[in-house]
Design a protein around this ligand. Sequence first.
Ligand SMILES: [Zn+2]
Length: 509
Amino acid sequence: MTRVFASLIAHETHGFNRFPTTIEDFKRYGYAVDDEVRQGLQGDSGWGGLFEVAQEFDWEVVHPLSAFCMPSGPATNETFESMWSIAERSLLQDGPFDAVLWFLHGGMMCEGVDDPEGEVIRRTRKIVGSSVPVAVWLDIHANVSPEMVSLADIICGFHTTPHIDLNDTAIRAARLLQRTLAGEISPVTYSVHPPVLAGIDHGRTTDPDAPIPRMLQRAEEFQESDPALLDVSFFSGFPFCDTAVTGASAIVVSDGLHDACEALAEEFGDEIWASRDQVTIDFVTMDEAVDRTESDSDKVGPYLIGDFSDTPHGGGYGDAPNFLRTLIRREVPGAVFGPMWDPGVVDDALAAGPGADIEVELGGHSDPTHGGAPIETRAHVVSVSQTGDFVHKGPFSEGVPGSMGPSARLNVDGVDVIVVKQPDAIYDREQLRLFGIEPEAMNVLVFKAYNHMRADFEPICRGLVYADSGGIFNFEFARFDYSKIRRPIWPLDQIDQAEGETFRAHTNY
Ligand SMILES: [Zn+2]
């Protein structure tokens, strides 16, 4: 029987978020060991795809760890080492393994480890040796390091943003592993990393003219004439990681060393460069966003606004109140805002209960210079949830149980505000229904969210726009004090492609 090691360590780190990420944060969001991994296996998570392939080919999968955490500041060294030690013990004691599949995000930063994902693969390779194929599953927002590429046989990244193909990505990787074990293929991964800090429309795939859908189409055509092409992935990079390998990249997996596939990787690298300033979404000021909701009021459904720069899904603090201030000042009717991270206000709301009025100093506690000072007012508690538990029904994380934790719905000067005890984003209609809000019936939805909310909300909304409230998930990169990223790099440096360094790598261990 084929014996496969698989584990997940996934964190998207905002290098300029001042709160370090600890093992307790992972345990609060999505941490499972051994049998718990299989018990928690529901919906689109990556694990489902692996187990589907495992069943088909009669694999025995050893899965010591699945650790996911909401984006936040750099992980402490202890956190990284405690997760690695669980994987290491299993790699040493539960083997020998025929193959390895690592589920990694690719956008992690850790105090004391420059390239955490590269380090995981390097340490894994050291234990399993050179004869065991290693596949890596990555988020589309990964900063792929040349070392990861040189040490892995197979790298497969998501093909969608919003990310709705986590299981499918695992199936791609696992099938390639199976074909490798069967002796059908000898996978070689090629990568090209042009000097682009954030590329390919930040990974979006909702517009067919965006770079990723175009390149996927090109890969399909290539594969028809050259079956040596096994798989492709494109990574936007996660620009808030201050590391030497931060940036966009293209990956091509071929059957053996293959010049045409290497050339295809080069072509995709050039395409990442050529499309570097193509953006398929609208960014406006907060007041312009409110203006748009008014001018489009004859259409059906709510207007969706991304308070993107404060979204915890990108490492924002999730407590910037400036957009709420704008909604109150503009007296926007039927507006929902959130989720606002404010543990003190949640505690007060839960203690007071529905129907009560409470004095609040809402939000703005993490860093008032990024999104405003607290709003001092009297709020009405509409409803509360002790657990915040729900199950995703939209396409993003469909079927996966979620939790907003203890949380409440407040009426704050005429605006419905969801307040939470831990930073969170809204991306599923169930998160509003939990509080008795029917999203379809509302006028304006302002969420601390970026891309993922589109999967479930865009079909019911009359419009979509993004506005910057001053948070740290902000694309004016010049405001960040980078020290480790390679320079020059676009757009921090207005350079030609040849002026910056393009990294290239291929499987070579
Ligand atoms: Zn992502």
